[in-house]
Write a protein that binds this ligand. Structure first.
Ligand code: ATP
Ligand code: MG
Length: 263
């Protein structure tokens, strides 16, 4: 049951900018079990995107270890790391990063094709996934022919193509209006409740925090709320979370995934 999907130990990350070293993550420990929904919250600049990128194999940490389903990520070379990432992790960003020339169905097929899958099963799964996210009637549409919420649904379907152990989302509703944001949030929760999908989501949205099993609060590169599973996941526990949540400042603009690739 309580299988560990993600294990982060003493992760640190610093960047050197203009000759100065900036310590962004200062020793993060985090263990996530299969089937959990984790909300990562905290002020702009706290290191949330950096932590998510390191958790998902996009960015090498300066120190510490990351394991996904028991496999250590950063002892691998770049090629092996990329393979592991493609098989084990699905990403959803604030911006969808769909390929504009391709249809919804083709966009969702891509992760399977990249890992060497055959077209026919990839297409079949893409159709199933698009149906699951409520887009059965939009498989031939290109991103430009879809609404913002629909584009994000395609991005979620794409992230699920390879049945990732871990679904990571960085402010996935940040660009959407309130009602659409709610629908997308509901979709993430639905994926978790129905299929046990493990989800880690960076959000400034307290509503989404309330829906999570656990809130991990980051401040200035450190976890300031307990990183391990709380004793009880009951509704009371989640309700209590509201009292300790400070008001979040409005989100920053930095939701981009590609500031650094494995450097
Ligand atoms: N590639 C980089 N080079 C230098 N500094 C960086 C780099 N990436 C991030 N930083 C710095 O690390 C800090 C944390 O950035 P990060 O994007 O992780 O914050 P965040 O918590 O996601 O913020 P937000 O809520 O605004 O998205 C920031 O001060 C940022 O300037
Ligand atoms: Mg961020």
């Amino acid at each position: 049951m309580n299988k560990t999907v993600l294990e982060i130990r003493q992760v640190e990350k610093s960047f050197v900018v203009g000759g100065n070293r900036v310590q962004v993550l200062k020793g993060i420990d985090l263990t996530v079990s299969a089937g959990e929904v984790i909300a990562i919250m905290g002020p702009s600049g706290a290191g949330k995107t950096t932590l998510l990128s390191i958790a998902g194999g996009i960015m090498r940490p300066t120190a510490g270890t990351v394991r996904i389903a028991g496999q250590e990520l950063y002892t691998q070379n770049d090629e092996a790391l990329a393979g592991l990432r493609n098989r084990s992790v699905g990403f959803v960003f604030q911006m969808h990063y769909l390929l504009p020339e391709f249809t919804a169905e083709e966009n969702v097929m891509l992760p399977a094709l990249i890992t060497g899958g055959d077209r026919a099963p990839a297409r079949q799964r893409a159709r199933q996934l698009l149906e699951q996210v409520g887009l059965a009637g939009r498989t031939r549409h290109r991103p430009g022919e879809l609404s913002g919420g629909e584009q994000q649904r395609v991005a979620i379907a794409r992230a699920l193509q390879n049945q990732p152990a871990l679904l990571l989302a960085d402010e996935p509703t940040g660009d959407l209006d309130r009602a659409t944001a709610r629908e997308i949030q509901a979709l993430f929760i639905d994926l978790n409740r129905r299929q046990g999908q493990t989800v880690i989501m960076v959000t400034h949205n307290p509503e989404l925090g309330d829906l999570a099993d656990r809130i991990v609060m980051l401040e200035d590169g450190l976890v300031v709320l307990p990183p391990e599973p709380l004793a009880a996941k009951e509704a009371e526990t989640k309700g209590a979370g509201e009292d300790v949540l400070p008001d979040m400042p409005s989100r920053g603009s930095n939701g981009l995934p590609d500031r650094e690739h494995g450097g």
